[in-house]
Design a protein around this ligand. Sequence first.
Ligand code: XIL
Length: 311
Amino acid sequence: ATAVKTLAEAQGRYFGTAMTSGDVTNSAESSVAAAQFDMVTPGNEMKWDATEPSRGSFSFSRGDQILNWGQSHGMRVRGHNLVWHSQLPSWVNSLPTNQVQAAMESHINGVAGHYRGKVYAWDVINEPFNEDGSLRQDAFYKAMGSGYLADALRTAHAADPDARLYINDYNIEGVNAKSNALYSLAQQMLAQGVPLQGIGLESHFIVGQVPSSLLQNMQRFAALGLDVAVTELDDRIPLPASSANLQQQGTDYGNVVKACLAVPRCVGISQWGVDDGHSWIPGTFPGYGAAMFYDANYQPKPAYNATVAAL
Ligand code: XIL
């Protein structure tokens, strides 16, 4: 069968995955990934806790491992991520507020500077919003207010002028309070010349619950002149997965692919992992799993066949 990356490339898109250090050193998993995908996002290895575990002390070995693995298989890399409230080392939360801006800028300069010219895109800001559309009151917001968002993007742009700079979040795939807030923010940023180039729709779906407004939502961000990307696709199913749910998952995957292909500025889709045996879902959402398009034996599921059919 033709690889999903080949089908995506024929449509001017990429089809990517997320890989951790454990994934790239698993020979069965990494060979399936290398055959199928043309974009890789490090699952954890470029996050703040991995890259700057103590102040001013940078560590790029694991991030480099994913970058090198991807490059050696002809893949591009989505950098993930620079500023996020989670997987943030405790030293950042312990800083006096008047030192947080300098620490954030130094982190962005250190990490985006190290990867300058090597990554296709950065999720500069990850998950900044609450569900009601307000901004999370994290260390960055407490220190700088909403201005931290533009400051982070400007700092990242100076550190790596060629990387496509994204805001990435979940539950913004459909039109709702959270995506409306992001839409307003993006509009304001573009009016102010802030270097924002893309919106990442994480797309951690529950089977049968892909929002019907996904296409409309992608279209409105694209109409602002932004790229959109499906950055972390998975579609979790209550375990044990019924065959009806596996079929529905195929419908869901097909609908996501069709929406992206219908929007010229939708640049690509990344699944958040390779197979059901290594997905983050069962560990984070107890009772759920089977969220990938490959099963734990790397066999294609209905979601894989639907993806191929839609591409
Ligand atoms: C997840 C990883 O897959 C897990 O291994 C880790 O324990 C927690 O983070 N949104 C994101 C990703 O932007 O970075 C998260 O990745 C999943 C949710």
